[in-house]
Design a protein around this ligand. Structure first.
Ligand code: UDP
Length: 244
């Protein structure tokens, strides 16, 4: 077990890709076994570590704006489809969390009152203080972004101490090079925002990275698909890569 030297944050935003809800073992867009395992880990850290948790889940398992745009679709329309995909994933996650008895609110950046609350910052903070998990759906509500940017923006807005970026492709942090391509690549335990930018390391979108740098918001990149890793990351074990 690695040393516990990082402090447990009080409030975080957990960013997951939509593909984290899918599974390599099935063709399903949303694999319920996977969603329930993730939900169980989120509930466990809420209860045992008392961390206030907000979540931003992407929509890449359903649609990415660039997919349509590269085939000639109007980019803004295609991005809107992507944002709606994040709403579907958010509802799947809410369902799994609530089946485990964890009160959860979905707040959508695109108003859809029959489905989710609108995004209201002060209300989101109140939910978190009451122990509810808040899921921010529909990204920024604006095209030309991915969910990385709303994840860090919401984190700053709700005064989270850290953004946790859960990876799902078998890469457990930030590496000197793509470890799938370069066998000699090594993982950084810690790295600065400046190095991420200057070395062009693919951690999150550049817009999100510079936002975090400007607002002194650390990002912990870790493999969320390994059971127990969310707990390890929040309990302060030195897993993944801390970008600060
Ligand atoms: N999207 C957007 N604005 C936002 C967030 C998302 O237009 O603020 C669209 C964009 O097309 C993006 C898609 O929603 O490709 C799905 O989000 P993302 O690519 O971040 O999903 P992930 O790769 O994390 O699953």
């Amino acid at each position: 077990m690695s040393e516990a030297t990082r402090a447990t944050p009080k409030r975080i935003v957990l960013k997951m890709s939509g593909e984290a809800l899918a599974s390599a073992a099935s063709d399903e867009t949303i694999d319920f076994h996977t969603v329930h395992r993730l939900a169980a880990e989120i509930v466990e850290v809420r209860e045992t570590l008392g961390v206030e948790i907000a979540i931003v889940v992407g929509g890449g398992n359903i649609w990415r704006g660039m997919t349509g745009a590269s085939d000639g679709m109007d980019r803004a329309t295609s991005d809107t489809m992507g944002m709606l995909g994040t709403v579907i994933n958010s509802l799947a996650l809410q369902d799994a969390l609530e089946q485990l008895g964890q009160p959860t609110r979905v707040q959508s950046a695109i108003p859809m009152p029959a489905v989710a609350e609108p995004y209201i910052r002060r209300r989101a903070i109140r939910h978190l203080e009451k122990g509810r998990v808040v899921i921010f759906a529909a990204g920024m509500g604006a095209p030309f972004f991915t969910t990385d940017t709303p994840a860090v923006l919401r984190a700053a807005e709700i005064e989270a101490q850290m953004v946790l970026k859960g990876t799902h492709g078998g890469v457990d942090g930030v590496y000197t090079a793509d470890p799938h391509v370069d066998a000699s690549a090594t993982r950084y335990e810690e790295i600065t925002f400046m190095e991420v930018v200057s070395k062009d390391l693919r951690v999150m979108d550049l817009t999100a990275i510079t936002f975090c740098q400007d607002n002194a918001l650390p990002i912990l990149v870790f493999d969320i698909m390994t059971p127990g890793n969310l707990h390890r990351a929040l309990a302060g074990e030195k897993i993944g890569t801390l970008v600060s």
